[in-house]
Design a protein around this ligand. Structure first.
Ligand SMILES: [Zn+2]
Length: 92
């Protein structure tokens, strides 16, 4: 069965509002956590995503760095849009 990440929460980790650069932590339903970077201008765009190495990768099962989450970027971005996760993370 192929892996399907589901975002359960998003937290803002850091930002540089002047340049429109934001760092978010994505908490996935299976316990996986990802660090993502966004550029706000001209529109919100994910520029990087890496898995935080707290739990083994749900895709390849490695507990060190891998690039698996890259392939779910579009899926995760769509969830972010559909659920307005970034707006919720920024407005606290
Ligand atoms: Zn992996």
């Amino acid at each position: 069965m192929s892996y399907r990440p589901i975002i359960s929460n998003v937290e803002e980790a850091s930002n540089n509002e002047k340049d429109g650069l934001y760092e978010f932590i994505f908490y996935l339903a299976d316990g996986t956590e990802c660090r993502t970077f966004y550029n706000r201008y001209p529109e919100w765009k994910m520029t990087n995503i890496t898995r935080l190495q707290k739990t083994p990768c749900p895709v390849c099962r490695k507990d060190f760095i891998c690039r698996c989450m890259e392939s779910f970027r579009d899926n995760l971005q769509q969830q972010v849009i559909d659920n307005e996760w970034l707006e919720k993370a920024i407005v606290k």
